[in-house]
Design a binder for this molecule. Sequence first.
Ligand SMILES: Cc1ncc(COP(=O)(O)O)c(C=O)c1O
Length: 374
Amino acid sequence: MTPKPSLPSPRPGIDDITPYKPGKATVEGVEHPVKLSANENILGCSPHAREAFVSAASDLNLYPDGRGNRLRAAIAERYRLEPERLILGCGTDEIFALLNQTYLRAGDNIVQGEYGFGAYAIGARANEGEVRLAPETNYRIDVDKLLECVDERTRLVFIANPANPTGTFIPLSEVERLHAGLPRDVLLVLDGAYAEFNSDPTFSDGVDLARGAENVVVTHTFSKLHGLAALRVGWAYAPAAVAAAIDRIRLPFNTSIAGQAAAVAALADEDFQARSLALVERWRPWLTQQLGGLGLEVVPPAANFVLIGFPRSGGRIAGEAEAFLARRGLILRGVAGYGLPDHLRLTIGLEAHNRAVVEALAEFLVRTSAPAEA
Ligand SMILES: Cc1ncc(COP(=O)(O)O)c(C=O)c1O
C-alpha cells in the first residue's frame, strides 16, 4: 500500500509564531467606548484627506498607479528626497515584512530591543530568521547591548524611535553610534512611526543619516500623525539598491487609489498636522504629571502615548486596572505580550478622555489599596 502523502505544512517556524494582537476596540456591555489602545489619531484625519478618499469612490473599477507616483513625488518634495529611493507600502508593516523577506536567509537573524515592536519579529520568523532581543535600560534602547547581539548572521537591526510600546527615544548621536558599530552588510531600519511627535532637539528620524548611507532605511507612516490608519499607507526612504530589490517582489498594487489620494492631501494639510501635534504636546506633560502624582510609574513619553507602570504583581494589578477602565468605557492596551505585564499603554486622547482616565485610575488605586475586608 502506498503511504498517504503528508498534508501541506507551513515552512519551519510559522506554526510557532504568535499572531499580532491589535489593541481592543470593543467592551462587552459598553456602547461607545473610547479606544485609546492603538495610538491612533484621536482627532480623526484631515478633512482634505477625507474628501480625497470620497472622490476616489468614482474610480473603484480602476487599478491604482502601482508606483504611486503622485504620492511618491509629494513625499519626495516635502522631505527633499530622491523619489526613486522611496518605497510605498500597505502600512509600514508591509515594508518591515518585505525587508525581512528580501534580506533574510534561513538561519540569519534580526536584532531589536527587548520591547521592540512586534511586527519585526513576526516577519523574521516567517522567513526562518532568528530574533535576538537586546536588553533595554530603563525601557530605552541600549546601543551597546544591541551591538553585542550582532554577529555574522545578522542581516537587519530594527529600532523604532520613539519606540512602541515604551514611548522612549534615543538621540541621533546614539543612532549614529549604532550605525558606526554595524558591519556594512547589516541594514539598520529606523522606524519613525512616531517621529513627528518628538520635538526634542537631540532627536532626528535619521533621514539625514540615511541620505549618505548604503545600509540605512527610515520608515514613516500615514497611520499616526495623519490619522489614516484605515487606509494602510506607509513609506520608507532606502538606499537605491534596497528600494530596487523591494520593488521586484512587492505586490504590484500594494497601495490603493483612495490611500494614495488621501495621503497626498494629508501631507499638504499642515493645519491638521499642527493641531494633532498641539494636542499631544498639551496633554503629554499633563498626563505624565497627573499619573505620576497618583504614584504610578510613567515611562518618559516621546510619542502620542504614555506607558504606565503599576505595582509589580505579575500583571494582576495592571490587568485589574485595564478591566476597571474598560468598564468605564476607556480602552487601554495591555502590553504583557511585550514582556511588560505590569504596564498599560494609553494613547493620548481629547481633554475629556485624559481627565476621565486619570479620575478612573485615582478611584481604582483607592479601591486597590483598601484592605480586602474593608
Ligand atoms: C512602532 C510602530 N511601527 C509601525 C507601526 C505600524 O504602522 P502602519 O500602520 O504604517 O503599518 C506601528 C503601529 O502601531 C508602530 O507602533
